[in-house]
Design a protein around this ligand. Structure first.
Ligand code: PNS
Length: 162
């Protein structure tokens, strides 16, 4: 059974992430979307909120699970019986960071393979950080995130009274 892990911050999940998930889910028996709990970062959404959003968005995908993790990705992958890490590539600017991360993970565990998937062209130009910035300044993020994320961002921005 091929189990793949798609790790990330997902703060928030974008349509680009969703596109990678759909593509990756077709290539493996089970895809685990793994949300990093990173105390060093100040996220807009808590890890629990991010997991809840992803579970709602992905509820119809039978071979996709959502979990959170902390610590090393290679340890998490091993704990769920996976040696395949999926990462999305938006272009050459992502490549050097992603390549370095893939080699670091392999140096930590020689069994780990990183599979790069490119999202559809319409998703190549924006990131979670840009989505947050655009929303903060009242811009239109309709084509960038699932509807539930749009609603949750608006709620969060009101709560934090930005
Ligand atoms: O969505 P992101 O923020 O680009 O995802 C980065 C992520 C979560 C894949 C990466 O930071 C990660 O795997 N962190 C876990 C800690 C770890 O294993 N570090 C060593 C490899 S760089």
């Amino acid at each position: 059974m091929h189990i793949a892990v798609y790790p990330g911050s997902f703060d928030p999940t974008t349509n680009g992430h969703l596109d990678i998930i759909k593509r990756a889910a077709k290539l493996c028996d089970k895809l685990i979307v793994a949300v990093l709990e990173n105390p060093a970062k100040k996220p807009l959404f808590t890890v629990e909120e991010r997991v809840t959003h992803l579970k709602e968005i992905l509820k119809d995908y039978e071979n996709v699970e959502v979990q959170s993790f902390s610590g090393l990705l290679v340890d998490f992958a091993k704990s769920v019986g996976s040696n395949i890490v999926v990462r999305g590539l938006r272009g050459v600017t992502d490549f050097s960071y992603e390549f370095q991360m893939a080699l670091t993970n392999r140096s930590l565990d020689n069994e780990i393979e990183t599979l790069f998937i490119s999202a559809d062209t319409q998703y190549l130009f924006f990131s979670s950080s840009q989505v947050k910035e655009i929303a903060l300044f009242g811009g239109n993020i309709d084509n960038m995130v699932p509807q539930i994320i749009k609603e949750e961002i608006n709620k969060k921005l009101k709560e934090k009274s930005y």
